[in-house]
Design a protein around this ligand. Structure first.
Ligand SMILES: *Cc1c(COP(=O)(O)O)cnc(C)c1O
Length: 377
């Protein structure tokens, strides 16, 4: 059989999804607490999203962005309505890395600066610009040289952040809670230091909320909880509940000089309909509120287990289990029918659909406890 040469293949063939569950070819039901990297916030196959996409595909699947369409305009409006204060200039694209790529370009063009300040353990995507701001040497090294002028500071070190930002800095880019890097929540002090430093030097503060946004951390954006408003927020992953879409939300001063950027598929009607409906469901069902409630409950349950650390915000949770993380993930999948994710080599990462309920959280905590007992036996 011809195979993909980039992804590793898992021994489970998925055929169907329904809310928090995935179903394999042989009928086995799996609880999906990875949501394929936070990509289905309102649950697999949400009927409103399915219906919106089906009718939009039938009416008009695609027309290029210079022709206004109702689907695209509705999405602009929905995104502006949920955007952090002042960030109501919306650029639509197809993925997280593209949303960040655009953010870095807009910041350079608006400031005239070249330098990018990013954080150690940060992850921003795999195209050349976003990869330049991504820390992990394994992802970077085979593709070097990347953008030259990027400085990485320790995540959480406000003093280092203040020292790194200068008058040639175009942007500081960081995740308010690091996802790939091990689920590390940023402190209010650190995020405020980044806000202050960029403000002092007229640089753009970019919050990459590709993983943390859309209610995942218990508020609509993770930066809301910290009370810090950046100049740019990027989002993607769950934005269209599993169809490819990203967005870059900018303050007026950043959006002003963005002219020569573009993308063929920006805001295609079918994907826009999926995204607008996803946002509507998130707000109407108060899924950020559910993420806060079930997330707190889950962390509480997990904190009773013999693990090194449990951390996170809302339904972005990391369980530090040491070097056995891969074994725990495999046992969760094959023995307990629970699909979770790693974050680095030592952390089990949970980022389920935001429709998850407490009974699912109990099942996850019980199963993780059982996999840990195996290792002690
Ligand atoms: C996944 C992710 C990206 C990259 O998104 P893609 O859609 O895979 O390009 C960027 N930033 C963060 C924080 C992410 O979690």
């Amino acid at each position: 059989m011809p195979t993909d040469f980039v992804f590793s293949r898992k021994p489970i063939r998925i055929e169907r999804g329904d809310d928090v569950y995935l179903y394999a070819e042989d009928g086995t039901q799996y609880l999906d607490v990875g949501a394929s990297y936070a990509c289905v916030p309102v649950g697999h196959g949400h009927p409103d999203v399915v219906e919106a996409v089906q009718s939009q595909v039938a009416d008009l699947t695609f027309v290029q962005g210079s022709y206004p369409t109702t689907a695209r305009d509705d999405l602009y409006e929905s995104l502006a309505a949920v955007a952090p204060p002042g960030l109501d200039n919306v650029w639509l694209c197809n993925s997280g890395t593209e949303a960040n790529e655009a953010a870095l370009k807009f910041a350079r063009s608006a400031t005239g600066g070249e330098k990018i300040v990013a954080t150690k353990r940060g992850f921003h995507g795999r195209t050349m610009g976003a990869l330049s701001a991504t820390w992990k040497p394994k992802y970077r090294q085979p593709f070097e040289p990347l953008l030259a002028d990027v400085e990485f500071v320790d995540y959480g070190d406000g003093e280092a952040m203040r020292e790194a930002v200068d008058d040639d800095t175009a942007a500081v880019i960081l995740e308010p809670v690091q996802g790939e890097g091990g689920v590390n929540p940023g402190t209010v002090e650190f995020l405020s230091a980044a806000r202050e430093a960029t403000g002092d030097h007229d640089a753009a503060l970019v919050f990459d909320e590709v993983q943390t946004g859309l209610g995942r951390t218990g508020t609509f954006w993770a930066c809301e909880a910290a009370g810090v408003v950046p100049d740019v927020v990027t989002t993607a992953k769950g934005l269209a509940n599993g169809l490819p879409m990203g967005a870059t939300l900018c303050a007026d001063w950043v959006a002003e000089d963005a002219g020569p950027h573009g993308s063929t598929f920006s805001g295609g009607p079918a994907v826009s309909a999926a995204a607008a409906t996803t946002l509507d469901v998130l707000v109407t069902a108060d899924l950020p509120g559910n993420a806060a409630d079930v997330g707190d409950y889950l962390v509480d349950r997990l904190s009773d287990l013999p693990v090194r650390d449990v951390r996170g915000e809302g339904l972005l949770v990391g369980v530090e289990v040491g070097r056995q993380a891969n074994r725990v993930l495999r046992d969760l999948a094959l023995e307990h029918q629970i699909l979770a994710l790693p974050a680095g080599r030592t952390v089990v990462r949970l980022l389920p659909p935001l429709t998850m309920r407490r009974e699912h959280a109990d099942a996850v905590a019980d199963a993780i406890e059982a996999t840990l007992q195996v290792s002690e036996a």
